[in-house]
Design a protein around this ligand. Structure first.
Ligand SMILES: C[S@@+](CC[C@H](N)C(=O)[O-])C[C@H]1O[C@@H](n2cnc3c(N)ncnc32)[C@H](O)[C@@H]1O
Ligand SMILES: O=C(O)C(=O)C[C@]1(C(=O)O)C=C[C@@H](O)C=C1
Length: 235
């Protein structure tokens, strides 16, 4: 279904409710530049590290499109676990898993409360940005602890620049991208307001620092388009 959520006047903050879930795949494809390519990279790099029976978590799995694609492309059997606290997203995820015949354990839990362990790989694309900063640092530590000694963490985030002029240019470039995807100025400004204080982006350096502070030995950017970046971290 086509994302028309912000065509009408919206008074509430952005949330992953039934309305958003019903158009979510279209929303992501039109709101995150190179979303499909970023997902492909996530999977390609994931496959470099995965062996038979490894456990993979997708934190904030939404409709499970990344885990389904990973399951389709893997030549070995994996223990795939998707965690999200939106029932609306998970009910779609569950239907998609059945339709594609991919076995994924879907857990309706808050990332901050649930525990994960023995993970070879943790993926979290465009989800950490929705976790409050203090909690975010704790969550990264928890992810670090949940990974095996040679574990990998791949995550993507909307990012900001610490240079104010460049930051404004990045935001303007992003809004031009959204207009080309068919969103009106009204929709763009409504969504910006709804996301205020809900989506809290860090700079590339802040993301890397948070990762290294948690104990990871290495972190770098795998892919970046203006204000959207994919990182890989090695335990
Ligand atoms: C932008 S979406 C993620 C997109 C998805 N990773 C993908 O690539 O298709 C963010 C997801 O994180 C989930 N989420 C946000 N905060 C959460 C929390 N505290 N616990 C569990 N899930 C959370 C939302 O319900 C939403 O489905
Ligand atoms: O539309 C925007 O302004 C966005 O920031 C895109 C974004 C994201 O980066 O997560 C915001 C909310 C939705 O989850 C989908 C995409």
């Amino acid at each position: 279904m086509v994302d028309k959520i912000f065509e009408k006047s919206i008074k509430k903050q952005f949330e992953f409710d039934e309305d958003v879930a019903s158009v979510f795949d279209d929303m992501l494809n039109r709101s995150i530049p190179f979303y499909k390519q970023m997902q492909e990279l996530t999977i390609n790099f994931a496959l470099n590290y995965l062996k038979e029976a490894d456990t993979v978590y997708d934190l904030g799995c939404s409709t499970a499109s990344t885990l389904i694609e990973l399951g389709k492309q893997s030549n070995v059997d994996l223990n795939l676990v998707g965690i999200d606290n939106s029932s609306a997203m998970l009910s779609r995820a569950s239907k998609k898993c059945k339709a594609f015949g991919i076995d994924i354990k879907l857990k309706n839990e808050d990332l901050l409360d649930t525990s994960y362990d023995n993970a070879k790989l943790v993926i979290s694309n465009y989800t950490l940005q929705f976790i409050r900063p203090l909690q975010r640092e704790k969550l990264i530590k928890k992810i670090y602890d949940s990974l095996k000694d040679d574990g990998i963490f791949i995550f993507s985030e909307k990012v900001i620049s610490s240079n104010k002029v460049l930051n404004k240019q990045c935001i303007d470039t992003y809004y031009d991208f959204k207009k080309k995807q068919g969103y009106s100025e009204f929709e763009i400004s409504q969504k910006r307001e709804a996301l205020e204080n809900v989506l809290i982006p860090y700079t590339d350096d802040e993301n890397k620092k948070m990762i290294l502070d948690a104990g990871f030995s290495h972190c770098e950017v795998l892919f970046k388009w203006v204000n959207f970046a994919t990182f890989i971290a090695i335990k």
